[in-house]
Write a new protein. Structure first.
Length: 384
């Protein structure tokens, strides 16, 4: 390659980035094309909101040094518009290239996919476990085939459609640990999303006259319609009977929250039967003598299945209990009124819990210290 091709025209690259021209490289030399492709690969792997942490000056220097090490004739003419004012990913697209370089070279030469997979904030393997009716205990992320299933992997389990007999009903138990969620399609076509720290007991095939499952933790159901076989969800302190509907049930910490999205359900609880209509929620807390029905925004209680964290007038303490399940950390908050601080936020479920704690620090008077090795987060009250 001649020296003219080794030169990188920064202004031309910045023009491509500013105008979103990342596919048509006809006006770029081979060196510039290679650099843009590398940037694009890294960008696709990383959460743009995490780019706020990038040290652009360091990234640009690392990029220059690496290219010069690879070829002594490589020349980066000038660094015209790369300034140390980068703070937010959307603030100045012209800095993305240097930001990408910072992430790339900080990771000691890893491929972008290795950078994304290298997070220490979620345990591996997932240990999502199936206790089969035959007494076997298997981890689903290691399976590719399962008797009676059309698909099985670390993210979902889909059973063949069909029904069994009333003579013998064999039950499986699906266990989803903290830090994970799981999708399941039962033999009748009912779709189930299990949240972190939850269990579902169900038959491989439902009998001819009923459909019964048991839940601990939290699950969202889209129940297949079958008027001849009502669908019943049991928990420790209530049962929900449906014909065909979509609803969420939350039994964390011995509470009961049944939220109806569509259709109709009846909740049997403490000897009472309560019918819910779409947009309603039955809420009961231990000792379960205070059940009440209220109108709610169902999105707040079902967004978790789509990887979102929605908090509506939620106390900091409740938020932390939820984050413990989602990210598999133990969170210790300082004592006092700060625990009752109410927060409203609608956030994606970021890959790293540190992104969430940084946002909470901006909204509260608490600083969070993360011990990744012990998976403990300690909050300290600060004076702002």
């Amino acid at each position: 390659m001649d020296n003219s091709k080794k030169n990188i025209d920064n202004d031309k690259l910045l023009h491509y980035l500013e105008n979103g021209q990342t596919q048509d490289y006809s006006d770029l030399n081979e060196s510039e094309q290679a650099l843009l492709r590398e940037y694009q690969a890294i960008k696709e792997e990383l959460d743009l909101k995490e780019w706020a942490k990038a040290d652009v000056e360091e990234g640009w220097e690392a990029l220059t040094q690496r290219l010069q090490q690879q070829d002594l004739d490589w020349h980066m003419p000038r660094k015209t518009r790369v300034l140390p004012m980068w703070r937010y990913a959307a603030a100045a697209v012209v800095l993305l290239l240097a930001g990408a370089s910072w992430y790339y070279f900080r990771s000691a030469g890893q491929h972008p996919s290795q950078i994304a997979a290298g997070s220490t904030e979620k345990a591996a393997p997932s240990a999502i476990t199936l206790l089969t009716a035959e007494g076997d205990e298997v981890q689903l992320d290691t399976l590719t085939r399962l008797k009676g299933a059309t698909a099985v992997n670390g993210e979902e389990l889909i059973y063949e459609k069909g029904q069994g007999t009333n003579d013998h009903i064999s039950y499986n138990t699906l266990i989803v640990p903290r830090g994970y969620t799981y999708h399941l399609v039962l033999s009748d076509g009912t779709k189930v999303w299990l949240n972190a720290d939850s269990r579902l007991r169900y038959p491989s095939r439902f009998p001819q006259d009923a459909r019964l499952v048991t839940v601990e933790g939290e699950a969202y159901f889209e129940v297949a319609t079958d008027a001849a076989r009502p669908f019943t969800v049991q928990s420790n302190h209530a049962s929900i009977k449906v014909l065909g509907t979509a609803f969420n049930i939350n039994t964390y910490e011995d509470n009961i929250a049944a939220t109806l999205v569509q259709g109709k359900i009846v909740v049997h609880h403490q000897g009472d039967s309560t019918y819910l209509h779409p947009g309603q929620q039955l809420l009961s807390k231990a000792p379960y003598d205070n059940a009440k029905v209220r109108n709610v925004d169902t999105e707040i209680y079902t967004a978790w299945k789509d990887g979102e964290l929605v908090f509506a007038e939620t106390t900091l303490e409740d938020i932390c209990r939820r984050l413990e399940r989602v990210y598999n950390y133990r969170i210790i908050l300082p004592e006092g009124e700060i625990r009752n601080r109410k927060i409203e936020a609608n956030l994606p479920q970021y890959r790293e819990i540190s992104t969430i704690t940084e946002l909470l620090e901006k909204m509260t008077d608490v600083h969070f210290n993360i011990n990744q090795k012990e998976r403990i987060i300690t909050g300290y009250a600060v004076n702002k």
